[in-house]
Write a protein that binds this ligand. Sequence first.
Ligand code: GAR
Length: 208
Amino acid sequence: MRNIVVLISGKGSNLKAILEAQRDHHWDAQITRVFCNRPNAPGIEIAETFGVPVTVLNQQDFINRDAYDQCLLSQIQLEQPDLVVLAGYMRILSHEFVDYYAGKLINIHPSLLPSFPGLNTHQTALTTGVKWHGATVHFVTRELDVGPIVAQGVVPVHNYDNLDTLSDRVQAIEHIIYPKAIEWFLKDQIFLQDGIVSVIPPQSQFFS
Ligand code: GAR
């Protein structure tokens, strides 16, 4: 049985999709704990509904970023995780943290990386007029939104789209690709060489 921890900051819809997949697909893994940096995040209630303990580390209780990250790392180490999953975790992690969990730390980003790293990806998709948008699961490296790509889900962008319709469509595909990517990890189907991920058997593209 492998251990997974999930880090969230907000709504927790990806956390919910992951918990449902773990329950319904009988993963040989348990989500041992959820960590959250915002005391009012709705995702906390989702974890509790599934009976998963939550640790809230409020950034305002720490004197600086280093102190926060050291505490987070030491708390996560107690869980002895095989995989650390960032699911809408909106804080940049220290290099020390990223290095410590290299190869075991994954993130979901709401764009087809390398397009649109950073924030406001749906707005950028609308204003640049791209016809396809989506989400990317990737390993986390020191540089933001740049790590090796595990899976991508592609959605169309329609002329009538607004922020809500587009973000809903992207989130729907996130809820498919993130649990899938975790399942591949648990089944040792992910191979990383020279910064490129291969999933064996090949199955990394999703279309809505
Ligand atoms: C997701 O859309 C995820 O891609 C994004 O935050 C949202 C969290 O939603 N992550 C980032 O922007 C990270 N750079 P959720 O709380 O409902 O899972």
